[in-house]
Design a protein around this ligand. Structure first.
Ligand code: CMP
Length: 152
């Protein structure tokens, strides 16, 4: 049986500039996940390079860092059973053009390079990415009132 886990999610500058914060957060909440940390900030080059360290050296690294530092972003920590998989399912494929309708990228994006939202692809990467933006003291501990209905 799956256990509660934490994942890292970040609304990128295009999502903020396009006024999609409420819409996207609403989808995360409706799914049954709980948001336990969240902050709006202008990401520095240093933080962006730490977050995306696994992509350093790839052709898209520099354009990616420029995109992520081009305006405010909204990093957050999201919790639930199998939270990593749950979030990746609702955000859709990395390339917004290929992401299914009904997913966040499928509904709000057109390209791979401007794909509205990031989510960690594993518990290990989530830990590393969370540590870039949050301290343990910043993570709120609380249950959702509907958890007894969300899970068996
Ligand atoms: P994200 O889920 O944030 O992880 C890495 C990001 O790099 C990805 O979403 C895209 O925004 C961006 N990116 C740009 N080009 C590519 C590419 N060719 N392959 C993967 N990611 C890319």
């Amino acid at each position: 049986m799956s256990e509660f886990e934490r994942t890292f999610v970040m609304l990128k500058p295009d999502a903020i500039a396009r006024g999609l914060i409420g819409e996207i957060i609403s989808r995360i909440e409706k799914k049954g996940l709980r948001i336990t940390a969240l902050k709006l900030l202008q990401v520095s080059r240093e933080l962006a390079e730490k977050q995306y360290a696994v992509h350093k050296g790839k052709a898209f690294f520099e354009p990616l860092i420029e995109y992520i530092t081009s305006g405010p972003s909204l990093p957050m920590i999201v919790e639930g059973k199998s939270a990593v998989q749950a979030v990746r399912t609702i955000i859709g494929k990395t390339n917004s053009l290929e992401a299914s309708p009904g997913t966040i990228r499928g509904d709000f994006g057109m390209t791979l390079e401007r794909n509205v939202i990031h989510a960690a692809d594993s518990v290990e990467n989530a830990k590393m990415e969370m540590a870039v933006y949050f301290t343990e003291e910043e993570v709120c501990k609380y249950p959702r009132s509907d958890e007894k209905w969300l899970y068996e």
